[in-house]
Design a protein around this ligand. Sequence first.
Ligand SMILES: C[S@@+](CC[C@H](N)C(=O)[O-])C[C@H]1O[C@@H](n2cnc3c(N)ncnc32)[C@H](O)[C@@H]1O
Length: 293
Amino acid sequence: MDRPNLFQVILGLLEPWQFMLVACSYIPSTISHLYATSSLSSLLSWDAFQSAWFSKFWAWAGPRIREGNGPRITALLEGRVTGAQVVDEVVGEPISGVVFDIGPGLGYWVDLYARTDVPINDASDNVRQRGGKSKGITKVYGVEPNAQSHPGLRKRANAAGLDGVYEILPVGIEDIAGETVVKKGSVDAIVSLLCLCSIPEPEKNIKELHSYLKPGGRWYLYEHVVVKGYGPMQLYQRFVNLFWPHALGGCQLCRDTEKTLREAGPWSKVDLKQPPIEPWHAVVPHIFGTLTK
Ligand SMILES: C[S@@+](CC[C@H](N)C(=O)[O-])C[C@H]1O[C@@H](n2cnc3c(N)ncnc32)[C@H](O)[C@@H]1O
């Protein structure tokens, strides 16, 4: 990757502030929406207000992020990602079976589940035949506690042709056990896309999710994480994070999610890295790839 020029570095450092400014621009419309829908109690509770505000903002941000990252997440679910890079051939197991979709929000990614059931290419058929038969997704549980997101999530799942396949569990990870008969050790795949930054008690909840995976089950993820390696950038990220969670629905910038995932339990394979395309001055760096139990 070419070395970024000074202008690009400054723009990159300012990006989170621009994102927060856009989020703040949704405060007036959130207040008027809550007032018009007689949800006055939500105006008096910070948590309820923040949920409503974040949902409004994410209706702007989510589709933009989805558009920019669609091809790489498609490749991830098709087993065409290694070393955090998209490759042409299938190098890992494509998504199949019973899936936990963690924090799907308004459902901007759910159409991808409908697409992965079709043969992908010759190499993919080889992978499928190794398992003895063509595999596909049989069930997806969307673990989403924010009730404001459920109508949009349901609408997008149905539009993708997933009615009967996609079921919303209207709880957080911490309450899955009380909401479904799905047994621990029985889930084929977990998908988390930009949501582990927002969950409470990440160590406990990520461990809980690990316990649901069956041996050989895969966790497909794309998450933003703490800056590693470069001291001044770590400090700058911590400074931005003084403001960021308040404007972005509680999202935490400085989580070491890779460490938490690696320590959640035993894995037979971890293929997880920061995409090499991300520059040194990324204030919101990511990890991308899969873990196999
Ligand atoms: C930044 S949004 C991302 C939404 C979606 N993944 C996307 O990319 O459009 C984070 C999501 O995590 C969800 N979330 C928060 N706490 C959670 C929990 N305890 N369990 C599951 N999801 C949670 C939020 O409700 C929200 O939908």
